[in-house]
Structures are given as structure tokens and as C-alpha cells.
Design a protein around this ligand. Structure first.
Ligand code: ZN
Ligand code: ZN
Length: 187
């Protein structure tokens, strides 16, 4: 590398000192020969491309991670969950995106407002006492609700949420005494 160089992707021409580091590839050895090769595309272009791929893969990656984690926790293989219980990656992603756009079905809060991006959306096994059929027995919910629900059966969880609704209703009527969900006075 000696002179200036133009990136094949973005068309920017870099002066020699910048080109030397922006197109540099690691030194390769082949037999007795060691030689340096260069990229045709500049580092900034390569990085942008990687970031774009990363963003596009976020949902599929989340689905694969969720499938694997639940398989381990539930004591099934990944293929058992897929074949016997309908944990199909594209169905999972479709449902997850739908929930993400519409808010947590338990607390009705918007996922976007929670601020931790895809970390806030988690898969709940609605009734852990029966088989984990994906369509009838799972739901994408926020991590706060999922943690609060823990191992509660559906009727205990129903009662828990009823208590929260009652508290919220009272708070609406007497805001000074109780405050709304999440207020310091409610902890
Ligand atoms: Zn470029
Ligand atoms: Zn929630």
C-alpha cells in the first residue's frame, strides 16, 4: 500500500496514510511466502454492512436463543419443542413482533417505552403444569411481568393481576394516598 485509494463501495478516495489503515488486511502466509492483501472496500463500509446485518438478525437470533433456553429449562430437545409443540422459529418471530408492536398483554405497557429494546420481551409459559404447546400455552410478555409471574399457576397469576388492577383503580380515585403503579409510594 503506497498511495491514495478509492473504496469500491462508497467511492471515497482516502489519502495514503488513511488508506494504509482503512484497507489493510491481516498478513497472510502461504508456504514460504508472506504477503499483505488489501480490501477493495473501506473499513467504514465494512462496519456499516456488519451493523446492518446485525440489526436484521436481531429477531431471528432472539428466537433461536429463546428456543434453546426454553428447551433446556423444560427438559425437551429443540426438535421436540419444534415438532411436538409447534415452536417454529418463524411463527415465534411473527408472534413476538406482534406483541412488541402492541404492548405487553399482561400490563399493557409499550415495549418501546421500557427502553431495553428486545431484552424486555420474553416468552411466558402460560400454564407450566401442562405441555408447552406454542400456540395455546405461550405468550410474549414483558420481563417485569414474566418475573412477577414466576411459577404461579394461571389462577394465582389472575388474582395477582386483579390485585394490581384494584390498586390502580383506587389510586385513580385517591391519587394522593396511593399513587400509580411504579410510584415511590407504592413500593
Ligand atoms: Zn467505503
Ligand atoms: Zn408486562
Amino acid at each position: 500500500m503506497s498511495g491514495p485509494k478509492t473504496c469500491r463501495t462508497c467511492g471515497v478516495t482516502y489519502p495514503a496514510d488513511e488508506a494504509a489503515v482503512l484497507f489493510q488486511r491481516k498478513t497472510e502466509s502461504a508456504g514460504m511466502h508472506t504477503y499483505r492483501t488489501e480490501y477493495a472496500t473501506c473499513r467504514p463500509c465494512q462496519q456499516t454492512k456488519r451493523d446492518t446485518v446485525k440489526v436484521a438478525n436481531r429477531w431471528p437470533q432472539k428466537m433461536r436463543d429463546t428456543l434453546k433456553r426454553h428447551a433446556g429449562r423444560l427438559g425437551y430437545s429443540v426438535s421436540d419443542l419444534a415438532l411436538r409443540f409447534g415452536w417454529n422459529l418463524s411463527v415465534m418471530e411473527h408472534e413476538a413482533r406482534h406483541a412488541y408492536a402492541n404492548g405487553c398483554p399482561y400490563c399493557h405497557k409499550s415495549f418501546k417505552s421500557m427502553g431495553r429494546d428486545l431484552f424486555n420481551i420474553t416468552l411466558d409459559i402460560v400454564n407450566p403444569a401442562i405441555p408447552p404447546d406454542f400456540i395455546t400455552n405461550t405468550r410474549w410478555v414483558c420481563d417485569t411481568c414474566n418475573r412477577a409471574k414466576g411459577g404461579k399457576d394461571p389462577s394465582s397469576w389472575g388474582a395477582y393481576m386483579a390485585g394490581f388492577r384494584r390498586h390502580e383503580e383506587e389510586a385513580r380515585r385517591q391519587p394522593r394516598q396511593l399513587g400509580f403503579w411504579g410510584d415511590a409510594t407504592c413500593q
